[in-house]
Design a protein. Sequence first.
Length: 104
Amino acid sequence: MTHPSRRTFMMCIAGASAALGASQVLAQAAGAVSETDPQAVALGFKTDTTKADTAKYPKHEASQMCGGCQLYQGKAGDATGPCQLFAGKLVPSKGWCSAWVKKA
Ligand code: SF4
């Protein structure tokens, strides 16, 4: 028979694992672009435009954000939105990548 404290501990671990799994599923459902995604790395994508590599991208300006990019498909005021370069995923409106083009 399992000691009660060990059993309680194991139940907590199982619960924590289930919660972690659920949060991972939610993150995948949201489909947020990760900075470590190979395509994101190739484009110098950052979730925060102020973190852009200005040495590598000297034309970057802090005023350039996904929310003001021609390829951004989110609504004004939304925190995240789809981007034509990252099909099926969301980028933050304050993000940036080297493909930024001023919204017409
Ligand atoms: S293409 Fe535009 S909207 Fe898409 S990640 Fe780059 S800056 Fe953001």
